[in-house]
Design a protein around this ligand. Structure first.
Ligand SMILES: Nc1ncnc2c1ncn2[C@@H]1O[C@H](COP(=O)(O)OP(=O)(O)O)[C@@H](O)[C@H]1O
Ligand SMILES: [Mg+2]
Length: 429
């Protein structure tokens, strides 16, 4: 099969690597825009702008692309999958309408209410309803969580400590602090519990889940400091998401959501990311995303057993082949993100990166998130999250050790990382 992969982050590097190494169907793999890690396993294209859908379609026709895999949410929300499908090109990724499960938090909450999917109590408001919104906050004994409706690159959610802070957050959002994303807000009950991520590969009607994972959102050890895109993850998070809980997630969350999307005439084809809060053995939805999560994907695909291309292409064709996924996983994986000092606020770019081969010699798998080549073809940092260092082993403890033993070999100025990725998973053992 010839495949075009859209995206340029650590998630896409992991997708490219898994398609290359965990399938017998892979022929030509192309990536746009790609990154230096992705181009270790995929070829360049002449696509200059991934927002130019005609250019992508022409490329696919010229190179006889059998499948397009869309990594990030933005192109999905802009209708890339719709345009590709209209041109007769199989695409792994939801339509613009189905991607609203991520691109509008109000839509997602309304779907959950309509189809009885467990989630936090909520209401949503637009800017003409400021007074109602502020009054609603007082209904909660604990300060409720405030969310900008639209895509806000992981920065649109405020978990306030006081009701006062909650009200200020609403006023800021309506004041334009998050641009168009904050034109409407969701106000929802604070949920206690522990977070986990479950990916469901969906063909519009049926689905199969991959290994559950746990992300580490805060910048600092012990879950302190600012929220980030994610500082590391491990999989399978099987002590937290037990088989019993996984069963509830499938029956009460994923299947009703898929059925609901179909009933609304917007079937979901792609990866449905379920962000969960688990409390006393009961999973509730924090959010849905319309694509694979980063940094969980690097860990989830590291332990994936099966034929990954067969899985994605069968889902894209609307007839998911569940035998493409083996029920057992290949041990455990711990993915530790190396970030640039200052992240998630302002940070430097352009620092030279060394030691990747040495780290690989320590049995770690390295995924590129924010890297580039300078004019001398030297590898440099080019983003807040720079690299993901993955250790694998037959226990989580071994996986963690391999990742952390490899990290010292990788150097760039201002390298920061959490020292406790995966420790949450060990607490249960
Ligand atoms: N209702 C809630 N109760 C407790 N924590 C929440 C709640 N909603 C969100 N959070 C916290 O805020 C984070 C970001 O919220 P989320 O809905 O995942 O938005 P996004 O990923 O788009 O920023 C979550 O990972 C979780 O830690
Ligand atoms: Mg989230």
């Amino acid at each position: 099969m010839n495949i075009l992969l859209i995206g340029s982050g650590g998630r896409e590097h992991a997708l490219a690597w898994a398609m290359r190494t965990k399938s017998s169907f892979m022929r030509g793999l192309y990536a746009a825009p790609g990154n230096p890690g992705i181009f270790e396993v995929a070829r360049h294209t002449d696509i200059e702008d991934i927002n130019d859908h005609d250019q992508i379609i022409q490329f696919c026709q010229r190179l006889m692309i059998d499948l397009v895999v869309v990594g990030p949410e933005q192109p999905l929300a802009l209708g890339l999958a719709d345009n590709l499908r209209s041109a007769g090109i199989f695409t792994f990724g939801p339509s613009r309408a189905a991607a609203r499960i991520e691109s509008s938090k109000a839509f997602a909450k309304d779907m959950m209410r309509k189809y009885n999917i467990p989630t936090a109590a909520y209401k949503h408001f637009d800017h003409t309803q400021v007074h109602d919104a502020l009054a609603y906050i007082d209904n909660f004994s604990k300060p409720p969580v405030i969310k900008a409706d639209g895509l806000a690159a992981g920065k649109g959610v405020i978990v306030p400590r006081t009701h006062e802070e909650a009200k200020n957050a609403v006023l800021e959002m309506f004041g334009g602090a998050f641009g168009k994303a904050g034109a409407a807000v969701v106000i929802e009950e604070f949920m206690e519990g522990e977070e986990a991520s479950v990916f469901a590969i969906c063909d519009g009607t049926n689905f199969i889940t991959l290994a559950p994972a746990q992300d580490h959102k805060r910048i600092g050890d012990g879950d302190t400091g600012k929220n980030t895109g994610g500082m590391g993850a491990y999989a399978p998070a099987d002590a937290l998401v037990t088989p019993e809980i996984m069963d509830k997630v499938k029956k009460r969350i994923i299947q009703p959501l898929l059925d609901g999307m179909r009933a609304e005439k917007t079937p979901f084809i792609g990866c449905l990311f379920c962000g969960l809060m688990i409390h006393n053995g009961e999973p509730r939805v924090v959010e849905f995303n319309a694509r694979f999560g980063d940094p969980e994907t690097q860990a989830v695909l590291s332990v994936f057993e099966g034929d990954f291309v067969r899985l994605l292409s069968s889902a894209a064709r609307g007839e998911i082949d569940k035998s493409a996924v083996r029920s057992s996983t290949n041990g455990y994986c711990c993915n530790v993100v190396l970030a640039a000092e200052g992240y998630p606020d302002t940070y430097n770019k352009g620092m030279r990166i060394s030691g990747i081969e040495e780290a690989r010699a320590m049995n770690a798998r390295i995924f590129h998130s924010g890297t580039a080549r300078d004019e001398n073809k030297e590898l440099i940092a080019n983003g807040g999250r720079v690299l993901g260092v993955c250790g694998s082993g037959d226990t989580l403890e071994k996986a963690i050790n391999i990742a952390y033993q490899a990290i010292p070999y990788i150097e760039f100025e201002g390298k920061v990382f959490r020292k406790d990725i995966g420790q949450k998973g060990l607490r249960y053992t």
